[in-house]
Design a protein around this ligand. Structure first.
Ligand SMILES: Nc1ncnc2c1ncn2[C@@H]1O[C@H](COP(=O)(O)OP(=O)(O)OP(=O)(O)O)[C@@H](O)[C@H]1O
Ligand SMILES: [Mg+2]
Length: 238
């Protein structure tokens, strides 16, 4: 469904990604696992259309999207630091992209309510200012903001890394459950091996812009109920 073909990304003289080849299947929860600075965010931003590769192409459903503007790619991204709008309340944050797309008011209200419900944000929380929410709640706002635009692909850049260990554990399951429920192709980025192992269908081990290994955790990529464990048979990389 997603294919990186000989992708090279440079920042000035610096080669962040020398040659990336990767294939991600429809409905898959695919994780890029690697240390800080290895190019994970760069790989996601290239797929989202925020960074232009200096060589290679990215294909989605067989079509090259490399030169498509970001808003034409139907890719939703949750950023490493959430990048929410602090001056807007929760509702406005989620509705923002719909407004930009000139979705009518009543349709907007329906979509925001629907997605808020699905990510477990209450009516009261929708009216709050962003600063009044906890880290975990803000993370759900960021996810809702991406999902409300009904993307075909969801990119999650270390969405749990700003949270404390307990919440991080709790949200892993929730996030995985959401992904299964929406059945959305997801590319997840983390430097936490345990997190990658518990959540992913497949993991690419990333290092200095290169994929060292791609591993399967389980054969099937069919969505499972949130309660089922991702740690079934199969081999983990490493
Ligand atoms: N805008 C930029 N200009 C110049 N160099 C950059 C830029 N963005 C990233 N880099 C460099 O490219 C490399 C990859 O960065 P990237 O942000 O993709 O890493 P990462 O794997 O997401 O790291 P982290 O886990 O710390 O978020 C790093 O060496 C970084 O310093
Ligand atoms: Mg990063």
């Amino acid at each position: 469904m997603i294919r990186y073909e000989d992708i090279e990304v440079t920042y000035g003289d610096f080669v962040a990604i020398p040659q990336l080849n990767l294939q991600i299947e429809e409905g898959e929860f695919f994780t890029l696992l690697g240390p800080s600075g290895c190019g994970k965010t760069t790989a996601l931003r290239t797929l989202a259309g925020f960074v232009e590769p200096s060589a290679g192409d990215i294909y989605v459903d067989g079509k090259a999207v490399t030169r498509l503007p970001s808003d034409k790619r139907r890719v939703g991204m949750v950023f490493q630091n959430y990048a929410l709008f602090p001056s807007m309340d929760v509702w406005e944050n989620i509705a923002f992209g719909l407004k930009v797309r000139k979705v009518g008011k009543s349709e907007r209200e329906r979509l925001v309510r629907d997605v808020a419900h699905r990510v477990d944000l209450s009516e009261t929380q929708l009216e709050k200012n962003l600063a009044e929410l906890s880290g975990g709640q803000q993370q759900r706002v960021a996810i809702a903001r991406a999902l409300v635009l009904q993307p075909k692909i969801l990119l999650l850049d270390e969405p749990l890394s700003n949270l404390d260990a307990k919440l991080r554990h709790q949200l892993r399951g929730q996030l995985k459950g959401l992904q299964a429920e929406f059945g959305i192709t997801t590319v997840y980025v983390t430097h936490d091996q345990d997190e990658a192992l518990t959540m992913s269908d497949r993991i690419a081990v990333f290092n200095t812009g290169r994929v060292e290994q791609v591993g399967t955790l389980r054969r099937s990529t069919t969505p499972r109920p949130p309660s089922s464990s991702a740690r079934s048979s199969g081999t983990a990389p490493g």
